[in-house]
Design a protein around this ligand. Structure first.
Ligand SMILES: Nc1nc2c(ncn2[C@@H]2O[C@H](COP(=O)(O)OP(=O)(O)OP(=O)(O)O)[C@@H](O)[C@H]2O)c(=O)[nH]1
Ligand SMILES: [Mg+2]
Length: 235
């Protein structure tokens, strides 16, 4: 048997790899329509959500925290077997860095790339051209999606591509897309009112608790007094 064409039975396990909060779980749920069960990944201490679909077992690995200790991820990656198929998730908003960080981890494995958060990128001729060029230079199936709203066509394309996964070329250096989309700062990160809001959020529970206790005491006081006064008098 040709080692580059593993049989269906050997490659029905899809290991989903990507950084944290890149839409891994969202995409698997959309692909399978199933709810996961938690299990330790191949006897390791890494707990992964597992989704069982008709054709595949999807392993949802913990998101890779690149700048911190990624021991968990390394443990999970060590459990990867030659015939596993990798569904590599990269986020469109920081796609150059995600590809640069993650491709070395899956070099020579077989798989498919899904670029999530595509809704955050303007789908122009230029952006589509970049992805097309990556597809041509890597020979990988690369699909751009909004994982929250996966279309039937995207779902069918990903599932079909997973049946014929191509190797991640070890030497492939993708041409830089050149865009980086900063996440919207939250209100707490606002330069002027952020700190005020943070203090308010800290104090509000305490204020509510004290106000609630005082209100309760005001309400309960006459009732308790009426109930206790006759007893005290009779003593
Ligand atoms: N705009 C947008 N939001 C998305 C997309 N995919 C996922 N999200 C949102 O991003 C958040 C994180 O998605 P998850 O599927 O939990 O991400 P994850 O990679 O499984 O996260 P970890 O397991 O913590 O690493 C959720 O609020 C999703 O609704 C996408 O393609 N576009
Ligand atoms: Mg997840």
């Amino acid at each position: 048997m040709n080692i580059f064409t593993p049989s269906k039975l050997e490659r029905d396990c899809i290991v989903v790899i990507g950084k944290e909060s890149t839409g891994k779980s969202q995409l698997i749920a959309a692909l399978t329509g199933e709810t996961p069960y938690s299990a330790n990944f191949r006897g390791s201490t890494v707990t992964c959500d597992t989704y069982q679909s008709e054709a595949y077992t999807f392993i949802d690995t913990p998101g890779i925290l690149y700048r911190s200790d990624s021991v968990t991820t390394k443990k999970a990656l060590r459990q990867l077997q030659e015939n596993d198929t990798v569904l590599l998730i990269v986020k469109a908003t920081d796609v150059d860095r995600d590809l640069a960080d993650l491709l070395p981890l899956v070099a020579d494995k077989r798989g498919v790339v899904a670029i999530t958060f595509w809704d955050k990128v303007l789908s122009t001729v230029h952006t589509q051209q970049v992805v097309l060029e990556w597809t041509e230079t890597s020979n990988l199936s690369i699909v751009t999606v909004d994982a929250r709203h996966l279309t039937i066509e995207q779902k069918d394309y990903i599932l079909a591509s997973l049946q014929e996964p191509h190797p991640f070329p070890a030497q492939w250096i993708p041409k830089r897309a050149g865009w980086y989309i900063q996440p919207q700062p939250t209100l707490l990160e606002h330069p002027r009112i952020g700190w005020l809001l943070a203090i308010a959020l800290l104090l509000i529970p305490a204020i509510i608790a004290v106000w609630g206790a005082n209100s309760f005491a005001t309400l309960a006081d006459p009732i308790v007094q009426n109930a206790v006064a006759p007893i005290i008098k009779s003593l």
